[in-house]
Design a protein around this ligand. Structure first.
Ligand code: SF4
Length: 458
């Protein structure tokens, strides 16, 4: 009996090739964990054996299965494939093939579950912004799935922690570390502690750009000072100071937002807002509308002329186009809460006409406390930003609709956030209307699919 060992697909392939080339039949090989592998005395090797390509693809996947019977099973099938049963994989009533296919199915289900159940949460005091998720896959799929998360959530730094392995994305590199030895899923605080254990090992204080911190400690010494332990709390304090200043200063709705989680009360309070100058010219505030248990919140830029007169969001031409596109995409507006990043209409007068004028960054910032209060109250699964103003209000000024549309990002106010073009932008491009409208419907269709997935897992 020859003892062989495999830890992953690469080592299995190397060992199996050696055994196969030496003509060792499966019943003479004991696959295990001990390190005999390729140092056993094998008979003189014959010519290397050609392995069917579809078996290699299947074996690469099945190698991720947790059950170690996979190794003798894979070798048995490989041996048979190369010893007169070239079409074995097509015989799905064969016991070995059936066992392989069941393993493949279990892995595909596990991989799908990972895409559906991994939930990133923002680490409270991390700078730069960082997201972390805990997940317990049934099989060893973290490395296989990490590129999927990088493609989907590539704009954020994140870590996925699992008992077997951890995956980390820093906007440039995908790296892997040891698993988190926990038998049960950690609660939220424990999750942050686990992440901190990892982050402590890679934390680079020189990337933090807080002036106050630079003044308190020379940056060049941060990496070697024990005081670096206090950086998170300094960041927290700094954030608190900024928020306090924003509340005290003019030009913010913060002072008008009541400390309640009730949409009707927020809406009533918004009527008295003088957080910026826009209230002085508009007819009325246009607050968000929709069911209080909405799983999806759509955020536009600001009310238009018709919305300003009627007092309701998305009832003008852009709103009608949005309804049509949502209908085609399979999104039910009745179930969605719609609002705007800025609650008063901004315009310039041309004769009797009032022409939409873009809100400034100051006005968008001033109005953000209302949007945050709405999102905090609703706690939606998904926020859909329509247009750059809404997206930049919630994702920062570097966010670009052109490159990030229809991609899903974790967010502090919802499980995920996604952005697409504003329907009014489609209306403003009559020469490319069909093309842009089709892209809007395409994005909304992707969003509708994601809403269904989120509903299933909520
Ligand atoms: S736009 Fe927003 S911040 Fe400005 S007055 Fe209206 S509600 Fe207040």
């Amino acid at each position: 009996m020859i003892a062989a060992q495999a830890e992953d697909f690469v080592s299995f392939r190397a060992t199996a090739r050696t055994l196969l080339a030496a003509g060792i039949p499966p019943d003479q090989v004991a696959w295990g964990d001990s390190l005999f592998a390729s140092n056993v005395d094998l008979p003189n090797q014959a010519n290397p054996v050609a392995v069917p390509r579809d078996f290699l693809a299947l074996a690469e996947l099945v190698a991720l299965h947790r059950d170690s019977v996979k190794w003798p099973l894979l070798y048995r099938v490989l041996y048979r494939l190369t010893h007169g049963e070239r079409d074995l994989l097509k015989v799905d009533v064969d016991d070995d093939v059936r066992a392989l296919l069941l393993m493949e199915k279990a892995l595909r289900r596990d991989m799908h579950k990972m895409t559906a159940f991994v939930r990133f949460r923002r680490v409270r005091d991390a700078e730069p912004e960082y997201f972390v998720a805990w997940h317990r896959p049934e099989h060893y799929i973290v490395e296989r799935m990490a590129p999927w998360f990088r493609n989907r959530f590539g704009s954020f730094r994140w870590s996925i922690l699992t008992p077997d392995k951890s995956a980390h994305w820093d906007l440039e590199n995908l790296t892997f570390g040891p698993g988190v030895p926990r038998s049960d899923a950690p609660d939220e605080d424990a999750l942050e502690d686990l992440w901190r254990d990892y982050y402590r090992s890679i934390f680079n204080p020189a990337r933090v750009k807080f002036k106050a911190m630079k003044a308190e400690m020379p940056v060049r010494h941060w990496a070697t000072l024990p005081e670096t332990q206090i950086i998170p709390s300094l960041l927290l304090e700094a954030e608190g100071r900024v928020l306090k200043m924003a509340k005290e200063q003019k030009g913010s709705a913060a002072a008008y937002v009541p400390d309640v989680r009730e949409l009707a009360m927020l809406q009533a309070a918004a009527r008295g807002c003088k957080g910026c100058d826009l209230y002085a010219h508009a007819t009325q505030v246009v607050f968000g509308e929709g069911p209080s248990d909405a799983a999806v919140v759509m955020v536009g830029e600001q009310p238009g002329d018709e919305e300003d007169q009627k007092g309701h969001p998305f009832v003008g031409p852009a709103g009608r186009l949005l309804n049509k596109a949502m209908n085609e995409a399979g999104l039910d507006r009745e179930k969605i809460y719609v609002t705007n990043a800025v609650k008063h209409f901004k315009f310039i007068e041309r004769g009797k006409r009032r022409i939409h004028a873009k809100a400034t960054g100051i006005e968008i910032s001033a109005c953000r406390p209302w949007l945050e209060a709405e999102l905090m109250t609703l706690q939606p699964q998904l926020v859909v930003c329509l247009g750059a103003t809404a997206a930049q209000s919630l994702m920062g000024r570097d966010f670009r609709i052109t490159t990030e549309r229809a991609k899903f990002f974790p967010h502090r106010w919802a499980k995920e956030l996604v952005a697409t073009i504003h329907p009014s932008a489609v209306l403003r491009m009559p020469e490319r209307f069909d093309e842009e409208y089709a892209l809007l419907v395409r994005d909304l269709t992707i969003i509708a699919e994601r809403v269904k997935e989120l509903e299933k897992t909520s």
